[in-house]
Design a binder for this molecule. Structure first.
Ligand SMILES: Cc1cc2nc3c(=O)[nH]c(=O)nc-3n(C[C@H](O)[C@H](O)[C@H](O)COP(=O)(O)O)c2cc1C
Ligand SMILES: CC(C)CC(=O)C(=O)O
Length: 376
């Protein structure tokens, strides 16, 4: 056959075996069959009726792509640079808690896969491996250039505790702070209530929360979600670190404008994968308004429901600088540890590459809003 049909098959080492998942959905199915159903429900679930959870994915399906033709590009360039971090694709790893629930290596394996593929990983404050150990694992996998890790933070009511967390992340080499602001209280996950999943199993803990000020040297402090947190806390953080500060979970255009006024460096447009306030719109539906509010002054990264290269292309065309994936990384990790996460990242990168080519684009910069249409 003259075309490079199934180019993946060209390299025997990269060729998937008959049972290997071929796309992110197949990874989800494979994860579901291996992960303890209680933990699977924790990963999969959303808040209350899970309206937002479903809509994040459904909304991508309601959009069509209208490609351009005859553009004469030979190959695509997927690299992006965000806050001085070069990345091999516009897809980054959104912060998710508790990776050791699905694989004994936990965040270490995820970080190795991220480093090996040149992917930015946002480490969750609720990681089951300490950020310093995650960074060490990433350095082993890709010694040159240092790990492209960012650190996700819930601002703690006790500023001394937040300060200690920021100091740890900075010492580990984190290149940006992602402050999650959609969680003044924890959303209600009824699947977890029904299953009685209220705490981590013995031997697992939020390692970043160990030995913080005000506690015993080895004690693990609970993560506080506090409705008292306000813009003054963002101002304080902005003053107390030289790292870029992003806010994750801004969905209202007025808050996007406020973020600019408070000197925030970037936004992650996110509804927490439908796990906080239910019935918030799908993030892809909110993107045009947030992009308009920001007016190109800071990058907007979108997450929620990204499962295909076409989803990535739609978000970039509508003005996102990059997208994040949450659950798919955990599916890859559950199925095959570091290799599984690598495969998830590689599959999505290949899909983005093909979708760009089919849209007549040579890079994310060529994607414009006219390529996206609402379905009639
Ligand atoms: C199991 C799980 C744990 C999560 N933990 C965190 C977290 O610790 N901090 C945070 O800001 N967001 C957390 N999120 C939200 C993700 O960062 C992200 O916004 C969401 O998963 C994106 O949607 P997707 O899973 O559809 O890709 C979590 C999501 C899941 C599914
Ligand atoms: C431990 C939690 C704070 C993690 C989280 O954000 C989530 O499960 O959605």
């Amino acid at each position: 056959m003259g075309t490079d049909m199934h180019a993946l098959g060209a390299d025997p080492a990269a060729r998937p075996g008959p049972a290997d998942p071929l796309n992110l959905r197949e990874f989800q199915a494979a994860a579901k069959s291996t992960v303890d159903p209680v933990y699977y429900d924790y990963l999969a679930g959303g808040a209350w009726d899970e309206v937002t959870l479903r809509d994040n994915e459904a909304a991508f399906g309601r959009l069509s792509l209208l490609p351009r033709v005859l553009r004469g590009h030979e190959k695509r360039e997927l690299d992006v640079s965000l806050f001085g971090c070069p990345a091999s694709s516009p897809v980054l790893i959104s912060p998710t808690a508790f990776h050791r629930l699905v694989h004994p290596e936990g965040e270490r394996a995820t970080a190795r896969a991220a480093a090996a593929t040149g992917t930015i990983m946002v480490v969750s404050m609720a990681a089951t491996v300490a950020v310093g150990d995650i960074a060490a694992a990433a350095r082993e996998a890709a010694p040159e250039g240092g790990p492209a890790l960012w650190f996700q933070l819930y601002l703690q009511p006790d500023r001394e505790v937040t300060e200690a967390l920021v100091a740890r992340a900075t010492a580990a080499g984190a290149r940006a702070l992602v402050v999650t602001v959609d969680s003044p209280v924890f959303g209600t996950h009824e699947r977890d209530r029904r299953n009685g999943f209220l705490d981590l199993p013995a031997g697992m803990a939020c390692e970043n929360m160990r030995g913080l000020p005000g506690g015993e040297p080895d004690a693990v402090r609970p993560i506080a979600m506090s409705p008292r947190i306000c813009w003054a806390d963002v101002d304080w953080l902005r003053r107390s670190t030289s790292l870029p500060v992003l806010l994750k979970g801004v969905v209202h255009p007025e808050d996007a404008r406020l973020a600019l006024r408070h000197g925030v460096d970037g936004l992650v447009l996110s509804n927490h994968g439908g796990r906080q306030l239910d019935t918030v719109p799908a993030t892809i539906d909110l993107l045009p308004d947030i992009v308009a509010a920001v007016g190109g002054r800071i990058p907007v990264i979108l997450d929620g429901g990204v499962r295909r290269g076409t989803d990535v292309v739609k978000a970039l065309a509508l003005g996102a600088s990059a997208v994040g994936i949450g659950r798919p990384v955990l599916w890859g990790l559950a199925v095959d540890g570091e290799r599984g996460v690598r495969r998830v990242l590689d599959l999505l990168r290949d899909e983005v590459d093909t979708a760009l080519a089919l849209c007549g684009a040579a890079s994310p910069r060529d994607l414009t809003p006219d390529l996206v249409r609402g379905r009639p």
